[in-house]
Design a protein around this ligand. Structure first.
Ligand SMILES: [Zn+2]
Length: 396
């Protein structure tokens, strides 16, 4: 018998059965039952709470936050710039600075592991470090066997805020191709203006023209940040094969897949934190035709089309005959092997900004600054500036 029953009996005896109204006598056992029920519910909720928290703990080491990153990426909505904001973004892109300050120092022979490569690395890192937004610049140096022996490669990775959960990644390659010299003019070397000095200069100009907005943006609590990657070793030393090409991107994709994201609240790899991998290549020549390559990023390709149209309608593009000149969904000439492949194969969403067909001077000594079309380079940079500003929701 329990203590509760004994106390009940004692209470009955002390009341003598007469002074207590009948209804109270009936209520007292019910109150006891109610109390027991409440205690039961309390114990059950404690047990259930403990079970649920232990289940959540066991999952937090792998799956759940990944699902959140994917869900957040898929539901990400860009902002829409007003005409005045578009005008302001376009006015910040400086074609003279792009060609003279950013492009010229890259237009040298820059084979991986050489003095030329080191000079270009220093140009890129010092340009980014001089900006007020405060980029975290890291070098990913490694050695790899090549048909020419062991070579040192160095990728450059600049992140606006490494502690932010998700990243919009803009990429290009800064190495140049080994190309046989013309015996009649042995002093002429391959400079790869469109392949890919101009895309590198465009990315540097984007970071420079958006510097004030990116500095402000960094102090906001936004879940996406900007990351810039300058790959080394995209080019094959001899014939393009799976092992003689994409040295830098293969190394970085593997490194990012095996590195934990530093943002403490997110249990994911650096690769899973990439919302969108935007690769710029072979840009700089006149009349580029840029097709959409991937269905899963088609909505972002649509944003490029929309940015081109709006800039055109506002009269902010030069030598631009119709509102949809560059970004086209009605043409497709097949897939292109490029630095996105190691990322694509690991499930990263890709936007490949490359003209097809390739420029006529592709992989020839004529891929020079003289054959670049400056208004096209400026126009494409303005389109990218609107795209980045809208993706990140920059205040302009
Ligand atoms: Zn190339």
């Amino acid at each position: 018998m329990s203590r509760t029953t004994r106390r009940y009996k004692a209470l009955q005896q002390s009341n003598g059965g007469g002074s207590l109204p009948g209804c109270d006598r009936v209520r007292q056992p019910r109150a006891r039952v109610l109390l027991l029920c409440l205690l039961g519910v309390l114990v059950l909720s404690l047990v259930l709470g403990f079970y649920l928290s232990s289940v959540a703990d066991s999952r937090s080491g792998d799956r759940v936050p990944h699902t959140d990153l994917t869900k957040d990426r898929l539901s990400h909505k860009p902002s829409k710039c007003h005409p005045a904001q578009i005008r302001h973004l376009a006015s910040q892109v400086d074609g003279t600075r792009l060609f003279e300050a950013h492009l010229r120092p890259i237009l040298i022979e820059r084979l991986p592991g050489t003095r030329g490569s080191l000079a270009v690395q220093q140009h890129i890192t010092s340009s980014l470090s001089s900006l007020s937004a405060g980029w975290s610049v890291e070098l990913d140096s490694f050695q790899s066997p090549t048909p020419r022996g062991q070579v040192t490669f160095t990728n450059i990775v600049a992140t606006l805020d490494p502690m932010v959960p998700r990243k919009l990644l803009l990429a290009c390659h800064y190495d140049s191709k080994v190309l046989p010299r013309d015996p009649r003019a042995p002093e002429i070397v391959f400079l790869g203006a469109s392949d890919s000095a101009v895309p590198c200069a465009m990315i540097l100009e984007l970071a420079t023209s958006l510097d004030a907005q990116l500095k402000l943006f960094k102090h906001q609590t936004f879940p996406v940040t900007l990351q810039l990657v300058f790959f080394d070793g995209e080019e094959a030393f001899e014939e393009w094969t799976d092992t003689d090409s994409l040295y830098g991107s293969r190394h970085l994709a593997e490194l990012m897949a095996n590195s934990a994201h530093p943002a403490a609240s997110v249990h994911a790899s650096m690769l899973q934190a990439v919302d969108l991998f935007v690769l710029l290549d072979l840009l700089g020549g006149p009349d580029p035709l840029i097709a959409n390559h991937f269905d899963n990023t088609a909505r972002w390709f649509d944003r490029l089309i929309a940015a081109e149209k709006r800039l055109h309608r506002q009269g902010l593009l030069k030598s631009h005959p119709s509102e949809q000149t560059y970004f086209r969904k009605d043409v497709y000439l097949g897939p292109v092997q490029d630095d996105h492949i190691p990322f694509l194969h690991r499930g990263v969403p890709v936007l490949h900004i490359i003209p097809t067909p390739f420029p006529q001077f592709w992989h020839t000594l004529d891929d020079t600054e003289e054959n670049m079309h400056r208004p096209t380079v400026e126009n494409l940079t303005k389109i990218m500036a609107v795209f980045v500003a809208e993706y990140l929701g920059l205040t302009t």
